[in-house]
Ligand binder design. Structure first.
Ligand SMILES: NC(=O)C1=CN([C@@H]2O[C@H](COP(=O)(O)OP(=O)(O)OC[C@H]3O[C@@H](n4cnc5c(N)ncnc54)[C@H](O)[C@@H]3O)[C@@H](O)[C@H]2O)[C@@H](O)CC1
Ligand SMILES: [K+]
Length: 510
């Protein structure tokens, strides 16, 4: 698998293990890194009049000296602008010594239109905000609109968090090594990277496996083997039954969007569960989806006992308050009284189900911690996340990735922390970052559809972390492919071609 994301510490451990295993040494890795960047520059900018290579004092700068040597050797006009000198006897010092281009001080950096910049100032070792000459270099490159090729990361972007420290370059291409880093996928860093080229510098899969990485890019490879494909002897209840709670007569649309998405995602049966006064309005809009009154927890219990649903969605359009809290806690504690035949596999709490616990989140977290509690997936956007996890959300120094992980551990739930860079985190520390979304998905009801997809996959027995990751990817893929004009009503139908491809990939891979 090459979808692991390495923290800066894991990347340097990968370097160390590779060098320890031999015969590759540090300068070999640096040479391959520099060669990969130079190849990208030569291929993508054949008409560049001049290349300005900005070299920092660490190994990122070391890569830059290799790039400059290769470009100059290929007859490209090349200038090195250096910030500090590499530590004596370091790999970077060796690379600098072998480079025939004499460095000029970064403080003098000037460039002409038509030239390009190779940013080798700071990479994994970025330790403080960009300032002084480095910040000035960012301004110069930006003002002249020079194409920037970043080595490993655009300087100023944190590889761990995607945050911008001070200022950062905006690269057209970023060439990174062995595996991507979280900062390539998390915003705002992702936007500064441009296209990401992953270069093999000789760090083998066996080395990466030794790191026991827990962060991944959310791509089908991560969960395809768990993706449900109906068995030959499938009947509708074998394919899972999802219950979706509906709000009152004026707030029923969200539940129907969730319900349709659950059905499209492969759940064999879906039931919308409204209060008595919203039965009529739901009935007027449902055909294959079933309908059953759920005024109170007695109704819910009866439904579970008789119909044996395997997953529920609670929250979309449901309203904030005591009834929501009661329903949520009843679902979470339902396993205590039940035998395995009526056990619920998974719950999706979204929107109002999250907000309803803003005053007392611990009540929810305690319930989800009970040994018999069904797997819980919660899907907060920023505002909902802040309501449920005040202490964690306030810590702006941490990354979205770290915040999602802390929240998952605290809530004992899979957290789908939504946004343009959705992070999915599990209580055991596994996390994935999504990147196939598009702004078209920012439309009313889109989140209700996502909840329905998660529930549809949970109901078919997909493990909760994988179901959440798959749903986020499928939802984003469907929305991105649909593009302009997308409204939430389009999404359930737009899932079909994406699902077909996944089923084909899955059955082909069997
Ligand atoms: N053997 C290796 O470790 C390899 C490393 N590689 C490159 O090495 C890079 C990491 O190298 P390093 O760990 O030396 O780290 P960097 O080269 O990213 O930066 C470290 C140096 O910059 C200084 N620094 C950091 N942020 C600063 C700021 N904002 N202002 C002023 N000074 C600042 C630090 O004090 C330190 O001297 C990777 O990004 C990659 O480009 C590649 O050559 C592949 C092999
Ligand atoms: K860089």
């Amino acid at each position: 698998m090459s979808n692991e994301l390495l923290s800066p510490a894991e990347m340097s451990e990968a370097d160390r293990l590779t060098i320890a295993a031999g015969p590759t040494d540090g300068i070999d890795l640096m040479r391959r890194a520099g060669e990969a960047v130079a190849a990208v520059v030569l291929k993508r900018y054949p008409a560049a009049t001049h290349v300005h290579v900005l070299c920092g004092p660490g190994n990122n700068g070391g890569d830059g000296y290799i790039v400059a040597r290769i470009l100059a050797g290929s007859g490209v006009g090349t200038t090195i602008w250096a910030s500090g000198t590499p530590r004596p006897e370091s790999d970077a010092a060796l690379a600098a010594a072998q480079c025939p281009v004499k460095p000029r001080p970064l403080s003098d950096f000037a460039a002409e239109a038509g030239s390009i910049v190779v940013d080798a100032l700071y990479g994994a070792g970025l330790s403080k905000p960009l300032s002084g000459d480095a910040a000035k270099a960012v301004d110069t490159a930006t003002a002249l609109r020079l194409p920037v090729v970043a080595v490993d990361l655009p300087s100023g972007v944190s590889g761990a968090s995607g945050q911008i420290l001070g200022k950062a370059f905006r690269a057209e291409v970023t060439v990174t090594f062995a595996r991507k880093k979280p900062g390539h996928l998390l915003l705002p860093g992702r936007e500064r990277c441009g296209e990401i080229v992953l270069a093999d510098i000789g760090i083998g899969d066996g080395i990466i496996a030794q790191l026991a990485v827990s962060t991944f890019e959310n791509v089908p490879d991560l969960w395809l083997r768990e993706f449900p494909v109906p068995a030959v002897d499938a009947h509708k209840y074998k394919r899972g039954h999802v219950g979706v709670f509906s709000g009152g007569p004026g707030a029923t649309g969200a539940a129907r969007l969730s319900a349709l998405a659950a059905a499209r995602s492969g759940a064999g049966a879906v039931t919308v569960l409204p209060p008595a006064n919203a039965m009529q309005v739901n009935a007027a809009h449902l055909t294959s989806i079933m309908l059953r009154k759920a005024d109170d927890s007695v109704d819910v219990d009866a439904f579970i006992g008789e119909r044996r649903p395997s997953a529920f969605v609670l929250g979309p359009g449901f309203g904030v308050g005591e009834k929501t809290r009661k329903f949520a806690l009843a679902l979470l504690t339902s396993g205590e009284q039940r035998d395995t035949s009526t056990r619920i596999d998974g719950l999706v709490f979204d929107a109002d189900a999250i907000t309803s616990f803003r005053e007392a989140p611990d009540v929810l977290f305690q319930a989800s911690r009970q040994p018999d509690a069904p797997a819980l997936v919660m899907t907060p956007h920023d505002g909902e996340f802040a309501r449920l996890f005040p202490g964690i959300a306030d810590d702006v120094a941490t990354s979205k990735l770290a915040r999602a992980r802390l929240a998952a551990a605290r809530a004992n739930a899979i957290i789908v922390y939504k946004g343009a860079d959705t992070v999915i985190a599990a209580p055991n520390g596994l996390a994935a970052i999504n990147r196939n979304g598009a702004a078209w998905l920012a439309t009313a009801g889109s989140g209700d559809v996502l909840s329905g997809i998660i529930a549809g996959l949970l109901a078919q027995g997909m493990p909760a972390f994988e179901a959440a990751c798959a749903a986020v990817w499928i939802h984003a893929e469907a929305g991105s492919r649909f593009g302009p004009g997308l409204i939430a009503e389009d999404l359930p139908r737009a899932l079909v071609p994406v699902l077909r491809e996944l089923v084909e990939a899955r059955t082909g891979a069997l």
